[in-house]
Design a binder for this molecule. Structure first.
Ligand code: BG6
Length: 313
């Protein structure tokens, strides 16, 4: 509610799992589970939920939570020898009480810093030492901002490489009424066709069947236009050249135990990612990948729903 004090509160979520609730002065909020460093909720000042979380989501470690924003690290999907989407989404993160300073958002007070470091057991799976710092912040106007800083702390002089994605599940009114702008004419790898490379046509992307594509070298802004909700999501990203677009559609939905048969109609994943060219860090080096999400209400667009203006604005 307007006039509230911004707050950052650690409390218990589903199945007693620890979560941090962020609230800004106007009433926007976000929730982050320490399990997975996983954002599970992002609400407007009117308490409208903007992220999709399945009604069948399990909230039982080590299974990743179905929905919200899972972090895929150090491997996207099955592009490597590790488990699907890497292990960061299956680990317990800690609150980072003394993170190195952030040059950019020092004025913003509504945030939480999390950190993930490997345990001795983790070395057996991925033999590297790292510090993964994640800041989740609410910005002015209720924007949701995620910043990942990954540092190679190997003492043996070895570099490491990784791929990465913010696997964001957006809540949409009806997938057949949604379009995505900003990916036209780009090359993509089609996960449904053995990752063969194609070039997207010139129109905005619409949905009438399952899609699982990795768009390459994408612009820093992408828009998801939800006609029925009269809402546009704008993604702004930095350090994340690729973008995955995924909707399982009916057949795959039925095969997923933690996803309702019809829920594919009400979600769309657009994932800011670094996949085609893995990131390589030498010891002491740090990589930063940032995602900023805004939800623009229809009144902003009314009569002039020109997503290109949104994208350029
Ligand atoms: C997407 C992938 O990012 O995540 C899909 O492109 C995958 O291929 C989907 O099916 C869901 O993955 P998971 O492991 O969360 O079921």
């Amino acid at each position: 509610m307007a006039g509230e004090k911004p707050s950052v509160e650690l409390c218990k979520g589903v199945n007693g799992l620890d979560k941090v609730v962020l609230r800004d002065a106007l009433g926007s909020s976000a929730e982050v589970y320490l399990f997975g460093g996983h954002v599970t909720s992002w609400r407007t000042d009117h308490r409208d939920e903007l992220l999709f979380v399945s009604n069948k989501a399990i909230f039982k470690p080590p299974k990743a939570i179905r929905g919200g924003i899972p972090i895929c690290f150090p491997q996207f999907s099955s592009h490597g020898n590790l488990e699907q989407h890497g292990f960061a989404r299956n680990k317990f993160w800690s609150i980072d009480t003394d993170p190195p300073p952030f040059p950019s958002d020092s004025s913003n007070k509504t945030f939480v810093d999390l950190i993930l470091k490997p345990t001795d057991d983790d070395f057996k799976i991925w033999p590297h030492s790292y510090e993964f710092r994640l800041r989740v912040a609410l910005g002015l106007g209720g924007d949701l901002m995620l910043t990942s800083r990954i540092r190679n702390t190997n003492a043996d002089g070895k570099p490491f490489s990784f791929t990465f994605a913010y696997h964001t599940y957006f809540s949409v009114s009806d997938i057949s009424e949604v379009r995505v702008e900003g990916l036209e004419t780009l090359d993509y790898l089609d996960n449904l066709k053995e990752r063969e490379r194609f070039t997207e046509q010139g129109d905005a992307i619409t949905f009438e069947s399952g899609v699982d594509k990795i768009y390459l070298s994408t612009p820093t802004k992408i828009a998801i236009i939800d006609h029925e909700k009269k809402r546009t999501f704008v993604l702004r990203k930095d350090g994340l050249p690729d973008a995955v677009v995924w909707n399982p559609w009916d057949r795959k939905a039925k095969a997923m135990p933690d996803f309702g048969d019809d829920e594919y109609k009400h979600m769309l994943c657009v994932e800011a990612a670094a996949i085609e060219k893995p990131i390589t860090l030498k010891p002491g080096e740090e990589w930063k990948g940032r995602l900023e999400l805004s939800a623009v209400p229809s009144s902003y667009c009314s009569g002039q729903l020109d997503p290109r203006k949104v994208l350029q604005g």
